[in-house]
Design a protein around this ligand. Structure first.
Ligand SMILES: NC(=O)C1=CN([C@@H]2O[C@H](COP(=O)(O)OP(=O)(O)OC[C@H]3O[C@@H](n4cnc5c(N)ncnc54)[C@H](OP(=O)(O)O)[C@@H]3O)[C@@H](O)[C@H]2O)C=CC1
Ligand SMILES: O=C(O)C(=O)[C@@H](O)[C@H](O)C(=O)CO
Length: 282
């Protein structure tokens, strides 16, 4: 039996709590990496138009021999395509690249509040169309701050199923997570091990040693016990396997608290700040 628990989203669909992320995996390496992840047991892949490897993700899912319905695939609307007409074309291209007739989850990748007159609301209403016609089973957002979520709640009909945000021991991001918890929005924690940046922290190495696990496993288990969805990235088969083995141990409340206490607030952020991030690919 697959050990990964599922989380029920606010629209009734379910998502495996542990997945496999493919940011910074070269297209030429993606089909192999995703194929290995599926062999290990991962059933949830997180890609994006921005990553340039949707096509290879789709190829790997087909080559695995698994039923399409057994693999949860997320993709995201790139920053160039927030205008509704552009979003429709971009979504068509995403489905065509993946070679699928639906995605399990489609996200607005960044809110871009300083661009497009701050109008992520009409972008969100366009994603509602994709949910309505069944080509996106669930829809959500990524990198949305509380203020952005409040605006969607005030001006649209659909509460995002997920908000995919940067979360790891150095950036607990608890205000955004708390808003999600109160409003039925599942948190997906991106860069869950801060791209390796938290693995030598003495608190984490101590807790890992005590549990007879690796630092990455201790950190990923911390996320799981906080109830967040994670999808660590690795191109290294032994690490992909290690990151999958999270469900045969538990961190006690003291260890959970000690990891949570590593939070550095905004200083812990490794990626862009969503309030100011304004990159639009050419
Ligand atoms: N929505 C958004 O804006 C964003 C979304 N994401 C999503 O989140 C996913 C995960 O985040 P990501 O930024 O990739 O970073 P992660 O926190 O998953 O870290 C990935 C890095 O850690 C290394 N690594 C993985 N496992 C281990 C291990 N067990 N021990 C030691 N090192 C390890 C990998 O090396 P190697 O590959 O060489 O093994 C890689 O360098 C992305 O792939 C993407 O899907 C990420 C950033 C932004
Ligand atoms: O990986 C993602 O999903 C991202 O959005 C990041 O690449 C992000 O755009 C970034 O790291 C920019 O420097």
């Amino acid at each position: 039996m697959n050990p990964v628990p599922t989380i029920t989203l606010n629209d009734g669909n379910t998502i495996p709590q542990l997945g496999f992320g493919v940011f910074q995996i070269e297209p030429k390496d993606t089909a192999r990496a995703v194929g290995e992840a599926l062999d290990i047991g991962y059933r949830h892949i997180d890609t994006a138009e921005m990553y340039g490897n949707e096509k290879e993700v789709g190829e790997a899912v087909r080559a695995s021999g698994l039923d399409r319905g057994d693999v949860f695939v997320t993709s995201k609307l790139n920053n160039s395509f927030h205008e509704p007409g552009d979003a429709r074309e971009a979504f068509d291209r995403t489905l065509s690249e993946l070679g699928f007739d639906y995605v399990d989850l489609f996200l607005i990748h960044w809110p871009l509040p300083t661009l497009y007159d701050g109008d992520y609301v009409s972008t969100w209403k366009t994603l509602e169309e994709f949910k309505g016609d069944g080509r996106a089973r669930s829809i959500g957002v990524s990198n949305f701050q509380v203020e952005h979520l409040e605006r969607l709640a005030a001006e649209t009909e659909t509460v995002p199923a997920v908000n995919q945000i940067e979360v790891h021991p150095y950036l607990a991001n608890d205000a955004v997570r708390g808003y999600g918890r109160e409003h039925g929005i599942a948190t997906e924690a991106w860069s869950p091990i801060a791209q390796g940046g938290v693995l030598e922290d003495p608190t984490i190495t101590r807790i890992a040693e005590k549990a007879d696990k690796t630092p990455a496993q201790a950190v990923l288990r911390w996320h799981v016990q906080r109830g967040d969805i994670v999808f660590p990235k690795s191109v290294t088969p032994s690490r992909m396997k290690e990151n999958f083995e999270l469900f045969d141990f538990e961190l006690d409340p003291d260890d959970m608290g000690a990891i949570t206490a590593l939070d550095r607030g905004e200083d812990g952020r490794t990626g862009p700040n969503p309030d100011t991030f304004a990159y639009v690919p050419g």
